[in-house]
Design a protein around this ligand. Structure first.
Ligand code: ADP
Length: 527
């Protein structure tokens, strides 16, 4: 076993100082932080792109650093790919799609290969969870019970669809000539070569959400992971080879958004682009895709209202639910319940309850077993979140708890609860993507609904009440792709997920995802 300390570039005094700080809003360190020998050995291997079934360096030979967000040390280096690498990967995917063995597999054979990927993810669950924690900063235990099994699950779920992609027979009404008869039917065919660009908040899971439906439906893929968190995608590339997915069917290219990502989104031989990330970049992707009018699906930002009524029943459950809705994954969830709307009579109690949760959360490196919340993913994200916190203060919001960076090393932010906000404030309107919840009281449902919907986003919402009729009426009135009633953050491979308004185009997961990765061909036979 290797310790992070033995690899870290952080000076010893700083590491000691980091360990010394602890308690409320401070970052804890631990002497128990260890990297397994398996992960340490994997990290030492040179990192390359997966193109046409082979590992290859970037055409330019360039690499970029991958950082550990807990201490800003360099974990490893990965290819800094550009247009030429994307061209090569797209060519490999095109060859695999047009003339490789992939299209000749029966649906059952294809499904079994997709299933096998799920099995291998589970077989390597500890290693993947550790890598994810190191790269993204999230607690290893969370990655082990959430990210990794959910990633395996979507491969298993989608594997079952491979044999159930069917068309229809369609009766023809127009009589073109006396006695003419036709047999008409539809085929559901794969879209072709698919570019997939994913974010850094759930690196493995987002790769799985994208790859599993694309493969189950018979497409070939070029995947670009986020520059902040490319490691589990590269490890997943090895798993695809081990599973026996034919060469060129899955290509994985690391690089920055403005270079590798932009080249993929604009590529004329890519039939579809699937993107998860910010709404701002989503709009860039749409513009880039216009060149060859490739199909586009988008899963974008959110500013989700989480609504607590005074008839919620067990207030403690609602408070714990509201805390989980924002603090899970350090608030780095597109569906985070970042606007807590509470009926006025219980407002103070709920806000204080959520603040109590926030104060107790133990910050630390993801690999420390006692950590409950890790660092934000990057320095850029730390600056973004702390800028919002500063702006909110300047605009007169009241910070019940948190409100600043924690520690001086690593990208930690104290879990934050804000009240006394106005609709015009940037922290109320914009997606912060950090552990920051703004709380607002309301008195009447009629006033609540327009306020809850007063956002450019429409990804998710929560409703807490024991009044079943009210729960359903509010759920129907909310403009959001997912509404959770008396729960939050419940996602499942079988549930469609996606956004209203500027939160996206299309639905991932469930059988809705098949729509994103197939196209319909009508065939008419004159009899
Ligand atoms: P965030 O703002 O949360 O970091 P982004 O939306 O910037 O998220 O990034 C999500 C993904 O989009 C990443 O893989 C990133 O490399 C990619 N990306 C960023 N900018 C572009 C771009 N101009 N074209 C294509 N992909 C991009």
């Amino acid at each position: 076993m290797k310790t992070i300390a033995s690899r870290s570039r952080v000076p010893t005094q700083t590491r000691k100082a980091l360990r010394a700080r602890n308690g409320n809003g401070h970052v804890s360190g631990s002497t128990k932080i260890k990297i397994s020998s398996r992960v340490a050995a994997w990290l030492k291997k040179p990192k390359q792109n997966l193109i046409g079934g082979k590992w290859a360096p970037a055409a330019s030979g360039k690499l970029f650093d991958v950082f550990n967000p807990a201490d800003a040390s360099v974990i490893t280096r990965v290819p800094d790919s550009g247009k030429e690498d994307i061209n090569r990967a797209v060519s490999a995917a095109r060859r695999a799609f047009e003339s490789g063995p992939w299209r000749r597999l029966t649906p059952s054979e294809r499904g079994k290969l997709v299933w096998k990927v799920g099995d291998l993810i589970l077989e390597n669950a500890d290693e993947l969870a550790e890598l994810e924690s190191l790269d993204n900063g999230k607690p290893r235990a969370i990655a082990r019970v959430a990210d990794v099994p959910l990633a395996a699950d979507i491969f298993h779920y989608m594997a079952g669809w491979a044999t159930k992609i069917e068309g229809n027979t369609i009766p023809i009404s127009v009589s073109y000539a006396p006695g003419s008869q036709f047999h008409a039917f539809t085929l559901r065919e794969p879209v072709g070569v698919v570019g997939q660009i994913i974010p850094w908040n759930f690196p493995l899971l987002m790769a799985a959400w994208k790859l599993a439906p694309a493969l189950a439906t018979g497409n070939c893929v070029v995947l670009k992971p986020a520059e902040q968190t490319p490691l589990t995608a590269l490890r997943l590339g090895e798993i695809f080879l081990d599973a026996g997915i034919p060469e060129g069917v899955v290509n994985i290219v690391t690089g920055f958004g403005e270079t590798a990502g932009a080249a993929l989104a604009a590529h004329d031989d890519v039939d579809k682009i699937a993107f998860t990330g910010s709404t701002e970049v989503g709009k860039i992707i749409v513009r880039a895709a216009a060149g060859n009018l490739k199909k586009v699906s988008l899963e974008l930002g959110g500013k989700s209202p989480n609504i607590v009524f005074k008839d919620v029943g067990d207030l403690d459950v609602a408070i714990a639910g509201a805390a989980n809705a924002i603090f899970f994954n350090h608030g780095q969830c597109c569906c985070a319940g970042s606007r807590l709307m509470v009926e006025r009579d219980i407002f103070d109690e709920v806000v204080e309850g959520v603040a109590r949760y926030a104060k107790k959360i133990k910050l630390g490196p993801g690999l420390d077993p006692s950590t409950e919340m890790g660092p934000l993913v990057s320095e850029e994200q730390l600056n973004r979140v702390t800028n919002y916190l500063r702006q909110g203060k300047q605009e007169g919001a009241c910070y019940v708890t948190g409100g600043s960076r924690a520690g001086e090393r690593g990208y930690f932010v104290r879990p934050t609860v804000v009240k006394d906000v106005k609709p015009s404030m940037s922290i109320v309107r914009e997606e912060i993507f950090g552990p920051v919840v703004v709380a607002e009281p309301f008195t009447k449902v009629e006033e609540l609904i327009p306020r809850a919907n007063q956002t450019q986003y429409g990804l998710a919402a929560g409703v807490w009440t024991r009044d079943i009729s009210k729960a359903h009426r509010v759920a129907a009135a909310l403009k959001a792709g997912t509404v959770w009633i008396n729960c939050y953050n419940i996602l499942d491979s079988a549930l469609p997920f996606g956004g209203y308004k500027q939160s996206g185009w299309g639905r991932e997961m469930g059988h809705a995802a098949l729509e994103l990765y197939t196209q319909t061909k009508a065939v008419v036979v004159g009899l």
